[in-house]
Write a protein that binds this ligand. Structure first.
Ligand SMILES: Nc1ncnc2c1ncn2[C@@H]1O[C@H](COP(=O)(O)OP(=O)(O)O)[C@@H](O)[C@H]1O
Ligand SMILES: [Mg+2]
Length: 267
């Protein structure tokens, strides 16, 4: 496999006595879709926030696209795309206008902007909705616009925190397809978090199981399932095996409402 585009070494974040992320050591390779799987409170968002330079680690180290997250935050930010758990596009303007603002923010040369925006909309299947206000987009369309936005500057790594929370199965499948196309078209590595077993299983090349801040297991989904040594084992069984308890999805419905409230159905 190609070189690591993300490498963490004993990456740790404490909040008072709580170790939200506890000595995490992982590598993510070029063109890989890497999933951090764990229930609410496992430390997924905290990990993503550290890797995107939004939150300093308490100890340990990490490099993203070869840059140190603590010493070279500006370089890291230029090399990544980031889609947070909360909606990151402006609902009051159109899809096109959202991308326009972003293209200026990322200093895409003026004479390239128009084409870059049109290409991004086309790639995400949003050309027909370019001039529609985002508040009239469905949840799936918003997610696709966010992906378009995060890819405008051709990052080496795309970070997505819970990319399909609150989406209906059809929209979720479309977002999965788009994530896969991002990787195959641009060679972008994708680091995503999820508490959906199925998402980790179908979308990710490798999955790290995170529980109470600690990495419990890390491998390809098929290898994780095979490691249990019983036929028909699911990723859910893997989670129970390594985390020692049932995955708790408590709070996820509430969270969904909060996270994706702005999504108004159009499709
Ligand atoms: N800013 C904060 N202050 C205190 N505790 C926090 C803060 N952010 C997260 N935590 C705690 O850290 C743990 C991991 O949170 P988080 O990374 O958001 O988990 P996940 O994204 O896997 O649901 C949780 O117990 C959470 O309550
Ligand atoms: Mg989270």
């Amino acid at each position: 496999m190609s070189e690591a585009v993300v490498e963490t070494r004993a990456l740790t974040r404490a909040f008072g006595p709580l170790l939200a992320v506890d000595h995490l050591s992982v590598q993510v390779f070029g063109g890989e879709v890497f999933g951090l799987l764990g229930p609410n409170g496992a430390g997924k968002t905290t990990t993503i926030k550290m890797l995107t330079t939004l939150l300093p680690p308490t100890s340990g180290a990490a490099e993203v696209a070869g840059f140190d997250i603590v010493r070279q935050p500006t370089e890291v930010r230029r090399a990544i795309g980031y889609i947070p758990q909360l909606i990151s596009v402006d609902a009051q303007v159109t899809g096109y206008e959202n991308l326009w603002v972003f293209s200026r923010l990322y200093r895409i040369p003026r004479d390239e902007r128009e084409k870059r925006i049109r290409d991004a909309l086309e790639f995400m299947g949003l050309s027909a909705y370019a001039d529609v206000l985002v508040r009239n987009y469905s949840g799936g369309m918003i997610r696709r616009l966010e992906i378009a936005q995060a890819l405008m500057h051709r990052p080496r790594v795309l970070f997505m925190d819970e990319p399909t929370v609150g989406l209906d199965p059809l929209a979720r499948d479309t977002v999965w397809e788009q994530i896969d196309r991002v990787r195959t078209t641009y060679g972008t590595s994708v680091v995503l978090t999820t508490h959906y077993m199925e998402e980790a299983d179908q979308l990710c090349d490798r999955v790290g199981i995170l529980h109470r801040g600690k990495l419990q297991a890390l491998d390809r989904p098929a290898a994780l399932k095979a490691s249990l040594g019983r036929p028909g084992a699911t990723l859910e069984d893997v989670f129970v095996h390594y985390a020692g308890e049932e995955i708790e999805l408590g709070g996820s419905y509430r969270e969904t409402g909060r996270t994706r409230r702005a999504a108004v159905r159009l499709e």
